[in-house]
Design a protein around this ligand. Structure first.
Ligand code: LLP
Length: 431
């Protein structure tokens, strides 16, 4: 199995977090997002404990909540005592509604409007990660108007390509994110930040990309960031309290993806940082990391009901399901690989090759192509694994399809964290 929270019971049903997925589909209906809360907490503790053990005091993971945002998840992060990364007033508001301590929130984004910045300051967001000179000026003005000295990090684009999908790579020189290190632009931005009356520069941030399986791209990024910090120090005497290395450790979607030991990778990054700082005569700053996917992806699974099978002799076979790109747009967007199983007969021979197509009126609405599964019949339950990151959070109402509910599984119990969208919900904004 692709993750250790999956198994098959005596009825031949797929189980997830120890619970029978076919029974859960009956109880809650399909499509259905399941989240294994125990697995989320296990990953959070792995990151937190590894960072506390190997990095300077105060080092901490931030959950990048764009991967999965709802009130329940912010409560989990509050209970586990870690920070969060938020990217919109919507995420800020959701975290506040969950009672998350907002001083532990970092507000990111390449284009925060004046209104967004005002909203964040009023919400008591602890740190704003500033993306550009324009934003520095605007935030200084707005913080002044509101009578606040706002803590900030400055986002720098270190010029690194981590060799991941181009749509999820963000740290390269030509990226839309951050101030580029080229031509001294990022040093100039640090000077602007230090001169700002109403801003307190706590340090620097970078994020190079997503779905990264090695520690080396992070080590290269820290090297480039420390070179940059030396340039800033030499010009201004400023030493950062914090260095945020961003998110991006990968997860296993399919058997061919590597198994990754996050604690080991974090220790490798910590050791490299220590050495890199020594060489440059720098104190090791507090380190922040922003995992999103690796905290929640394999804690998620989506269940669908099969509508039927279409066989086109000499061409291909289709399995039709009652969800698709509306609840999981990642194959349509990135051709992302997933592992699928027929939850109703999980031990049956996988002797039928088919493309799994969603219910939307669009040929590209596919979940996966050419997968081997037992040939299903209408009414059987199909499971797609590792859907906890960027599925619910990227879901849409295309074709006026309502979003599925999110059901949390914990210690053998299930509870609804987000209810299913109703037809009334779909018309709620219409005049
Ligand atoms: N920090 C920053 C500033 C980010 O931009 C991101 C992701 C993260 C942290 C979290 O990265 P993670 O640990 O989840 O890899 N929708 C795409 C992923 C886009 C990621 C954008 N930024 C997908 O479905 O694969």
């Amino acid at each position: 199995m692709i993750c250790d929270n999956l198994s098959v019971n005596e009825k031949g049903h797929l189980t997830f977090a120890g619970q029978d997925t076919v029974l859960l589909a009956e109880q809650y209906g399909t499509p259905l997002y399941l989240m294994d809360e125990d697995k989320i907490r296990e990953h959070v503790r792995t990151y937190r404990d590894a960072m506390v053990a190997t990095m300077p005091a105060g080092s901490m993971p931030e959950f990048a909540s764009k991967a999965f945002s709802c009130k329940h998840i912010y409560r989990i992060m509050a209970e586990e005592g870690i920070d969060i990364d938020v990217v919109s007033p919507g995420e800020i508001y959701t975290a506040m509604q969950a009672g998350f301590p907002m001083e532990k929130a970092f507000f990111h984004g390449n284009n925060k409007t004046d209104e967004d910045l005002r909203f964040a300051i009023r919400a008591g967001v602890g740190t704003i990660v500033v993306d550009s000179e324009d934003e520095l000026t605007a935030l200084d003005r707005i913080a002044g108007e509101l009578g606040v000295k706002q803590n900030i990090l400055l986002r720098v684009a270190p010029g690194i390509d981590p060799h991941t999908h181009k749509k999820i790579s963000t740290g390269s020189v030509d990226s839309k994110f951050g101030v580029t290190v080229l031509d001294g632009l990022a040093v100039k931005a640090a000077e602007t930040a230090l001169a700002a009356q109403n801003l307190v520069l706590k340090g620097f941030h970078c994020h190079i990309g997503s779905q990264i399986f090695e520690s080396q791209p992070f080590i290269t990024a820290s090297e480039m960031m420390l070179d940059y910090i030396v340039q800033v120090r030499d010009k201004t005497d400023y030493l950062p309290e914090m260095l945020n290395l961003g998110g991006g450790f990968g997860v296993r979607y399919v058997e061919s993806d590597p198994v990754i030991d996050y604690a080991e990778k974090i220790a490798e990054v910590a050791a490299a940082l220590q050495a890199q700082c020594e060489v440059r005569g720098l104190p090791v700053p507090k380190i922040l990391m922003e995992p999103g996917r690796s905290l929640v992806a394999d804690a998620g699974l989506t269940l669908y009901t099969v509508g039927g099978v279409k066989e086109i002799p000499g061409y291909k076979n289709y399995i039709a399901i009652d969800g698709g790109m509306t609840d999981n747009p990642r194959y349509t967007l990135y051709e992302s690989a997933y592992t699928l199983a027929l939850a109703s007969r999980a031990n049956a021979p996988k002797d039928f090759v088919a493309t799994v197509g969603g219910r939307c009126c669009e040929s590209g609405d596919l979940i996966q192509e050419n997968v081997s599964l037992p040939k299903p019949v209408r009414g059987e339950i199909l499971a797609v694994m590792t859907t906890g990151a960027y599925n619910y959070s990227m879901a849409s109402n295309y074709n006026r399809v309502g979003r599925p509910p999110v059901v949390m599984l914990k210690g053998g119990k299930s509870t609804v964290a987000v209810r299913r969208e109703t037809l009334e919900d779909l018309c709620a904004l219409d005049k």
